[in-house]
Design a binder for this molecule. Structure first.
Ligand code: NDP
Length: 336
């Protein structure tokens, strides 16, 4: 079968493309930058040279209409992973919201128009946990972030609104499209090449010891290979149609991540001190990156990922191992 993977040059997407090629699929990967397309091609040529005739690249931009019909034509499924994932939040939230929402709509519309029956969309726990903490249980697929919450980051709003737009479309104008969303926690694990995104930048920052004190916020973390596998298994699991599926393993505090890295890299003297929350509140007034995490300070938002286990048969890897893998990769590259 032929699978269109949007944003194929991304950190998670490359792990998906690799597994699809290994499983014998034809992959049409969409890219927006020819240079990143070249890196993707070189990476796959090194890892799965025998599969290169099954990999084609097509240009697509989330903010433009052209190319979608051609990209979707004849595909059996679309894995829509592309979405802006900036490290620091833009002043104008629409800078990330518009491409995320329009991109999700374009992906579903392209599927409907080309008669592609199946779409798996990469959403996020950012679309789950930015709402009221559930009473007496962990967050799960029933929970939705409130995109209007005063403290929500533009990125979390973008993921919430994009996922909602996709579900709205299949409920109304694109009833023939079977949708699943995968909602990953913070993704960790070695990338396949050096074109990497925000996930890696966070680990890079910790490993380089750039923060003398660490704000006490954290995320439910998950291994990149497990997330890639969830996308593939969703394609083969009819029971996942119409479902959101959280992909998350253990919750790690940011300072705890520093402690794990400090233990794995004893020569580096990685700072592990927690920053007083009041200091973070004050800094948030001047630094937008700090402002973005203020609303999650001291919040332990754990997720129940039993749907991924029960429906897709995923056994999640310990994210502490994925974290150390990421750091070893960065160190080997001389990047931190
Ligand atoms: P990357 O930044 O590596 O991947 C994002 C991808 O989206 C890239 O391929 C990027 O293209 C593409 N993209 C962004 N804007 C546009 C645009 N306007 N037009 C076309 N393509 C665009 O990050 P990840 O791999 O981590 O993220 C992949 C998906 O997973 C995203 O949907 C993200 O929200 C989601 N996710 C990630 C998590 C994480 O911790 N990493 C957690 C939860 C969800 P280019 O390569 O050219 O920049």
């Amino acid at each position: 079968s032929t699978i269109l993977v949007t944003g194929a040059s991304g950190y998670i997407a490359k792990h998906i493309v690799l597994r699809l090629l290994q499983a014998g699929h034809h992959v049409r990967g969409s890219i927006r930058s020819p240079a990143r397309g070249e890196t993707l091609r070189a990476t796959m040529a090194a890892l799965v040279p025998e599969a290169m005739e099954r990999l084609t690249l097509v240009p697509l931009d989330l903010t433009r209409d052209d190319g979608w019909a051609e990209a979707a034509a004849g595909a059996d499924a679309i894995l829509h992973t592309a979405s802006p994932f900036p490290l620091s939040q833009p002043k104008d939230p629409q800078e990330v919201i518009r491409p995320a929402v329009d991109g999700a709509r374009r992906a579903i519309r392209a599927a409907a128009t080309a008669g592609v029956p199946r779409v798996v969309l990469t959403s996020s726990i950012a679309a789950v946990v930015e709402g009221p903490q559930p009473q007496g249980r962990r967050y799960d697929e029933r929970d939705w972030s409130d995109p209007e919450a005063p403290t929500i980051s533009p990125y979390s709003a973008s993921k919430t609104l994009a996922e909602r737009a996709a579900w709205d479309m299949v409920a109304t104008e694109a009833p023939g499209v079977a949708l699943t969303t995968i909602n990953p926690g913070f993704v960790l694990g070695a990338p396949l090449d050096g074109d990497t995104g925000t996930s890696l930048a966070v680990v890079e920052r910790l490993l380089a010891g750039r923060d003398p004190m660490l704000p006490n916020f954290g995320f439910a973390c998950v291994d990149v290979g497990d997330i890639a596998e969830m996308h593939l298994r969703a394609l083969d699991t009819p029971a996942s149609i119409g479902q959101r599926i959280v992909g998350a393993s253990d919750f790690l505090w940011y300072p705890e991540m520093a402690e794990i890295l400090a233990a794995a890299f004893p020569d580096r003297r990685i700072p592990t001190r927690r920053a007083p929350s009041l200091l973070i509140w004050a800094l948030g007034h001047v630094d937008p990156a700090v402002a973005a995490i203020r609303s999650s300070l001291n919040l332990r938002r754990e997720l129940d990922a039993s749907r991924a286990r029960d429906l897709l048969g995923i056994t999640f890897r310990d994210p502490r191992e994925s974290l150390v893998d990421t750091a070893r990769w960065l160190a080997a590259q001389g990047r931190a």
